[in-house]
Design a binder for this molecule. Structure first.
Ligand code: C2E
Ligand code: MG
Ligand code: MG
Ligand code: MG
Length: 281
């Protein structure tokens, strides 16, 4: 097709940024239609409780299977959705989809789990975010504790006063708040004291070489200890080996998420996974 010849042409004389931005522009154009064309889905990655060994909860992760481009990673399309403003309708759709899924699982008799949803800065800056999520939960007859909202340090610190108000409203409404990719952003930790945070998600970059890298061991241990002193929970991301899980368990980390326990699963595969779990305590 013409577009692809164009891309190949770019690659021929300029293998750098221009090709990247040509792809970005073309992807953004496709993304505009992704919702209407039902190309977006949500998968659910189980999280393991390190105290009892059972299910801690799950994280909802967006997937885009484009008719034109095939599967596109969220690491690539979420930034495009953010810069084009599409993240607002897409983010609303994710929240609605997760809430409806929770209600359906309840109706099917699954234990009442908590699902974490990622929020980007643009969504977080919306003045009525707390009311919107509350209304969605109320319409589906779900309690606020069933949803956890994940935001990064950068989102929390962009406009600290507005962020504090939004987090306060979400927390007042009973929703749990998690800081995603903890330790990779600006490490002004005073916000942990002022903000109504419940959970720190230790970034995968500190977990990857946990078996061999003393710096990562020191950082992970320090995050867990600090969180415990502040009365916050910790969850480690990207846990792939038994050695990583044992290190984290021994240090008092509350939960893990990663390929060792489970990959992100379709809604029906996730329900099957939950049914094979020992009963929640
Ligand atoms: P994240 O929120 O930090 O999500 C965790 C990422 O780590 C996911 O990548 C997950 O598939 C991956 N992962 C989980 N366990 C392992 C493991 O053991 N090893 C490795 N190597 N990776 C693991 P994914 O699904 O590609 O998502 C990437 C990022 O895209 C997310 O990072 C999040 O920042 C963003 N994202 C995904 N869904 C949404 C969404 O609905 N809304 C927004 N705003 N952002 C989203
Ligand atoms: Mg996340
Ligand atoms: Mg994360
Ligand atoms: Mg991450």
């Amino acid at each position: 097709r013409v577009k692809q010849e164009g891309r190949n042409g770019f690659r021929f004389f300029d293998p750098g940024m221009q090709e990247h931005s040509a792809r970005a522009l073309a992807l953004s154009a496709s993304l505009r239609h992704a919702l209407a064309r039902q190309e977006l889905t949500v998968v659910y990655q189980p999280q393991q409780d390190l105290h009892g060994g059972g299910l801690y909860g799950a994280e909802a992760l967006l997937r885009w299977h484009s008719a034109q481009w095939g599967p596109v990673s969220p690491a690539e399309f979420i930034p495009l959705a953010e810069s084009s403003g599409l993240i607002v309708p897409i983010g609303d759709w994710v929240l609605r989809t997760v809430v409806q899924q929770l209600a359906q699982w309840d109706a099917e008799g699954l234990p009442p789990l908590r699902v974490a949803v990622n929020l980007s800065a643009v969504q977080f800056a919306q003045p009525h975010l707390a009311q919107t999520v509350q209304r969605l939960l109320h319409e589906s007859g779900l309690g606020p504790r069933r949803i956890e909202l994940e935001l990064t340090e950068a989102v929390a610190l962009r406009d600290p006063e507005a962020a504090r108000r939004t987090m306060e409203a979400l927390s007042q409404a009973g929703m749990r708040l998690a800081i995603d990719d903890f330790g990779t952003g600006y490490s002004s930790m005073s916000y942990l004291k002022r903000f109504a945070v419940d959970l720190l998600k230790i970034d995968r970059s500190f977990v990857r070489e946990l078996h061999s890298n003393p710096d990562d061991q020191a950082i992970a241990t320090a995050i867990i200890q600090m969180a415990r002193s502040l009365g916050l929970h910790t969850l480690a991301e990207g846990v792939e080996t038994e050695a990583q899980r044992e290190f984290l368990r021994a240090r008092g980390c509350d939960a893990i998420q990663g390929y060792l326990y489970a990959r992100p699963l379709s809604a029906s595969a996730f329900a099957d996974f939950v049914r094979t779990q020992p009963k929640l305590s």
